[in-house]
Ligand binder design. Structure first.
Ligand SMILES: Nc1ncnc2c1ncn2[C@@H]1O[C@H](COP(=O)(O)OP(=O)(O)OP(=O)(O)O)[C@@H](O)[C@H]1O
Ligand SMILES: O=C(O)[C@@H](O)C(=O)CO
Length: 415
């Protein structure tokens, strides 16, 4: 029976948290939407993360989907809950973090929770309630110009205040440094009652202290870093083995526009066969263009099945086009057609892109396997394409995550 239930507001975020939970000894399953839980034999998981596509959805939809996920997790037996959002917050004044946290607290009958987006391993830290991305304040980082959630303020209190019906409270770094007992006392104070409390954290040790101090809260909220301080019942044995377990017939599908992914694309183009999506051709004849990409990938597999082809939408210096959904749809079609054509392993870059691909594959649960990089993991799933159910390995990479060589080295972790 799973103990911990998480609601993640996007798919790459779900596998990011699941990667951390597995490393902390939780056998972890990602359920694709609340219905994914129906496919899950209860006794096999200690933690379940429900992946939603709610980060940029209208507020009412995000709240409805999050409450449905909470209900499914409670029905599956979960006792503690974790609302996972992005370590760069990705939530403007109209955003969903406050409304979803409010709704989850109400549904659980609770009045206190913490807001902890800090993830030092990925360069995200919170100090004096302000979020930093490596050396830059959030609003001076590339997130300032994110196409969907431009982050123009770094102060989490100011960002959250217009989103929540509750008070926004904060616990500063001095208290966090003083340790779990001090944090617990601060969280028990009247100021933290009926409030969302932003807690400073600049190191993994801070996150462990916060996790210890919040062990009594039924709901915590944050990025994956907070899970560093949780301990599951299966240390060292929580990973699912890949199936298939060799590296043949892999493909990289990248729809991510982030600076990190563009550098990864540039690196991969030096050694992998590659093809850029032609958006004008897609607009002109979608199916013929996608068929061309499938032909490109399968021809490369025939030449060398161990060398994964790369299909990508933007490289360094390329301008973004106006039709993000067309690009998502094209990559989702490619994914389904390539699995039908024999793909065993898909590495997908981009949160929205991953949502589109996983949906097109009809995957219902992802079993977390070998970690590729901080926040990026292989997972085992079954794709449902052309009325067949096919075992594949899937890795979902958030735009900002992964080393520069991830598209060429991820395959080493499959065997
Ligand atoms: N050449 C292009 N023209 C138009 N839209 C594009 C192009 N390339 C990518 N996009 C779109 O940009 C968006 C990128 O978002 P996505 O979440 O997939 O990746 P990301 O930018 O790395 O963000 P994240 O950090 O959430 O992973 C997607 O909707 C994708 O379809
Ligand atoms: O927390 C992060 O940065 C990621 O897990 C994420 O949310 C990707 O979209």
């Amino acid at each position: 029976m799973p103990y911990l239930g998480a609601v993640a507001d996007d798919f790459t975020g779900a596998t990011d948290l699941a990667t951390m939970l597995v490393a902390r000894g939780f056998r972890t399953v990602v359920a694709v939407g609340p219905h994914g839980l129906e496919d899950m034999p209860e006794e096999e998981a200690d933690a379940v993360v429900v992946a939603l596509k709610s980060r940029t959805a209208p507020v009412a939809d995000a709240v409805r989907d999050s409450l449905a996920a909470l209900e499914a997790l409670r029905a599956a037996g979960c006792e503690r809950f974790y609302f996972k959002y992005c370590s760069t917050f990705d939530s403007t004044a109209e955003g969903n973090i406050g409304p979803v946290a409010d709704a989850l607290l109400d549904a659980l009958g609770e009045t206190r929770t913490v807001v902890v987006p800090s993830f030092p391993a990925a360069g995200r830290t919170v100090y004096r309630t302000r979020l930093f991305v490596h050396d830059d304040l959030l609003d001076e980082s590339p997130m300032r110009d994110h196409p969907l959630t431009p982050m123009r303020d770094s102060h989490l209190g100011r960002l959250l205040a217009p989103q929540t019906r509750r008070r926004v409270h904060s616990i500063g770094h001095d208290t966090v440094r003083a340790g779990a007992a001090e944090i617990r006392t601060a969280l028990g104070a009247p100021a933290a009652e009926n409030a969302l409390t932003v807690v400073d954290a600049t190191t993994d040790a801070d996150l462990r202290a916060i996790a210890e101090a919040t062990a009594g809260l039924r709901l915590v909220t944050g990025a994956a870093g907070l899970a560093l301080g949780l301990t599951g019942p299966h240390p060292g044995s929580a990973r699912a083995l890949p199936h298939p377990a060799d590296r043949r017939f892999g493909v990289v599908l990248s729809g991510s526009a982030s600076a990190a992914t563009r550098a990864q694309v540039a690196h991969a183009r030096l050694t992998l066969p590659h093809r850029r999506l032609d958006t004008a051709a897609l607009r002109h004849d979608f199916h013929a263009t996608v068929a061309g990409l499938i032909g490109f990938a399968t021809a490369n597999w025939r030449e060398n099945p161990d060398r994964p082809p790369l299909i990508y939408s933007v490289g360094p210096g390329d301008d973004l086009g106006q039709e993000p959904e067309l690009v998502e749809r094209a990559l989702a079609h490619c994914a389904a057609a390539l699995v039908a054509a024999g793909a065993h392993h898909l590495l997908v870059a981009g949160g929205e892109t991953s949502g589109a691909v996983v949906t097109a594959l009809g995957a219902r649960t992802l079993r977390i396997g070998a970690e590729i990089s901080s926040g990026v993991t292989w997972s085992r799933t079954r794709a449902r394409v052309n009325e067949r159910s096919l075992p594949i390995n899937l890795a979902l990479k958030s735009g900002n995550f992964g080393e520069t060589d991830i598209f060429t080295t991820a395959w080493d972790r499959l065997s």
